[in-house]
Design a protein around this ligand. Structure first.
Ligand SMILES: [Cu+2]
Length: 519
């Protein structure tokens, strides 16, 4: 028999060999996908129809939703509304282009379990000027869900998406122009817990680093500057949306010797973070938010890409104030500083840390780190009060001299860091002035209700901000008081003790004017 390649027997045999080898290859490839040492098996999905439904658990920075203890997958309902708003990003500096999920920057931190089906209802507020959507980094699907969730002002879109892989994931708006929407605050995070859960720790916090491309550092109104964005030259680099939002009165407290876990996101939009906590060594770092590989140990600084995350753990062994920084350290001058205060007995820690010659000297604190920065900023860029916390929900800046000049106001706030002081209001609220929706729109005419209010001597007047998505303040023209910025539903009150006519105004919106007549 001749071995001729065209012989039908040989042709058949070649096919058989090819098929067998081919099947083997295909077979080995499919098993290869799950065969890295220690690699996790893909999640086995419970059919949608079998899932119980529950309301999603989300929080705003620095809070973290509680750990998930259930052992089965669920349908998790999430309802979020986008509000184009404004916020005080540094004392006296109001950024007019802050667009936030649920009106907050950073947006929510949602906590779900691996395998959960997230049913997201996304609404774009009626007051919005732009279309928005969400690209969820935890979602497997085109655009991370962005096209499915595109919403024009007033619209709602719904998407079901499975949490297929554990991790700590960013989400953000991906409407054109994407960089602008991210720069203007449209981001948040989703923590997808592994089915087996995460090791329990003493305290958990949520921190997001981001850049703000305001025109400059002047007090008053600022808006997005695209040229600064292109140059990657932010006016501010901040933790949790604003300069000082994790400093002084806003700093979280933790007890000595209890483990701390920080979920750190980097929203960018441009810069990579070299995240570091001064005076702590990380016990564990889940690099880039990888919650399924074993964590790294004994790290000092960890890189966090823009659009990425890291999860760090440490156990404070010594009390004091510990600064969170981006160790690209000049960024401290632009606001990249937060802090955690560790409470406990210094004596108990003296085996670990014992200042011998520094007895009686003030402890190194956020203030001492930032005071030079603040001075430089104030002198160089006219940016007052780097380390002043944001106003809390209802706060009273007693001791702040009145000022009609925004710069003077900001400096005054900077000199008197937000310690909640006794209210200027001595009695129960006797009359109310509503700050009306739309009052902040340039040259609006409907600003207060009523515009002129007549009261008896000794009456306490409350101003309530009913304007959705706009901050306002109230200042007495004669300088008797200047409130902090009031967010929606915030109230500020003052008691008028002497008869007279008392005009008042809103500092950010000079067209807002009213009058109290005291008889
Ligand atoms: Cu958007």
């Amino acid at each position: 028999m001749k071995f001729h390649i065209t012989n039908p027997i040989w042709i058949t045999l070649t096919w058989v060999i090819a098929l067998v080898v081919g099947f083997r290859l295909a077979d080995s490839r499919s098993s290869y996908a799950g065969s890295y040492p220690g690699q996790r098996a893909p999640v086995v999905l419970e059919p949608k129809a079998n899932l119980k439904t529950e309301q999603g658990h989300w929080t705003f920075a620095p809070q973290v939703p509680p750990p998930i203890h259930r052992s089965e997958q669920r349908r998790v309902l999430v309802n979020w509304t986008i509000k184009e708003s404004q916020a005080e990003v540094s004392p006296g500096v109001i950024y007019d282009d802050y667009w936030g999920f649920e009106g907050k920057v950073p947006g929510p931190l949602l906590r779900v379990r691996e395998g959960d089906l997230v049913e997201i209802h996304l609404t774009n507020g009626l007051n919005s000027m732009h279309s928005h959507n969400i690209d969820f980094h935890f979602v497997s699907g085109p655009g991370g869900g962005a096209s499915a969730l595109n919403v024009a002002p007033g619209e709602t879109a719904v998407l079901e998406a499975r949490a297929m892989m554990p991790g700590f994931y960013m989400f953000h708006c991906a409407s054109p122009d994407i960089p602008v929407h991210i720069a203007n605050g449209m981001y948040g995070f989703v923590l997808v817990e592994p089915a087996e859960g995460l090791p329990s720790v003493g305290k958990e916090f949520f921190v997001v680093q981001s850049e703000i491309y305001a025109h400059d550092g002047k007090t008053g109104h600022q808006s997005f500057d695209v040229d600064r964005g292109e140059r990657m030259d932010p006016q501010y680099i901040v933790f949790n949306g604003a300069v000082g939002s994790l400093l002084k009165a806003n700093a979280p407290h933790v007890p000595l010797n209890q483990s701390v876990r920080i979920y750190v996101g980097n929203a960018g939009p441009n810069l990579v973070s070299s995240f570091h906590v001064i005076g702590q060594i990380f016990d564990n770092v889940y690099r880039e938010g990888d919650l399924i590989s074993p964590p790294a140990h004994g790290l000092q600084t960890t890189l966090i890409p823009a659009g990425g995350s890291s999860v760090v753990e440490f156990t404070p062994r010594v009390p004091g104030t510990f600064l969170l920084v981006d160790h690209s350290i000049f960024r401290l001058h632009r606001g990249a500083a937060g802090s955690i205060i560790v409470d406990g007995d210094k004596q108990l820690a003296s085996e670990i840390y014992n200042p011998i010659t520094a007895v009686g000297q003030p402890e190194m604190s956020a203030d001492s780190h930032l005071s030079h920065t603040m001075d430089n900023q104030m002198a160089g860029h006219n940016m007052a009060g780097m380390a002043t916390p944001l106003p809390s929900t209802v706060s009273f800046h007693a001791g702040i001299p009145p000022a009609s000049d925004p710069k003077e106001f900001a400096r005054a706030v900077a000199r008197n860091p937000a310690a909640p002081a006794p209210s200027a209001a001595a009695g129960p609220i006797g009359a109310t002035v509503r700050i009306l929706p739309g009052a902040g729109v340039t040259n609006a005419t409907d600003t207060y209700s009523p515009t002129v209010l007549t009261i008896k001597r000794g009456t306490t007047v409350a101003w309530v901000n009913t304007d959705p998505g706009m901050v306002h303040n109230v200042g007495d023209d004669g300088g008797a008081f200047t409130s902090t910025l009031l967010k929606t539903d915030d109230t500020w009150a003052f008691t008028y003790k002497k008869p007279g006519v008392y005009p008042f105004h809103c500092l950010p919106h000079p067209w807002m004017k009213g009058k109290i007549i005291v008889k």
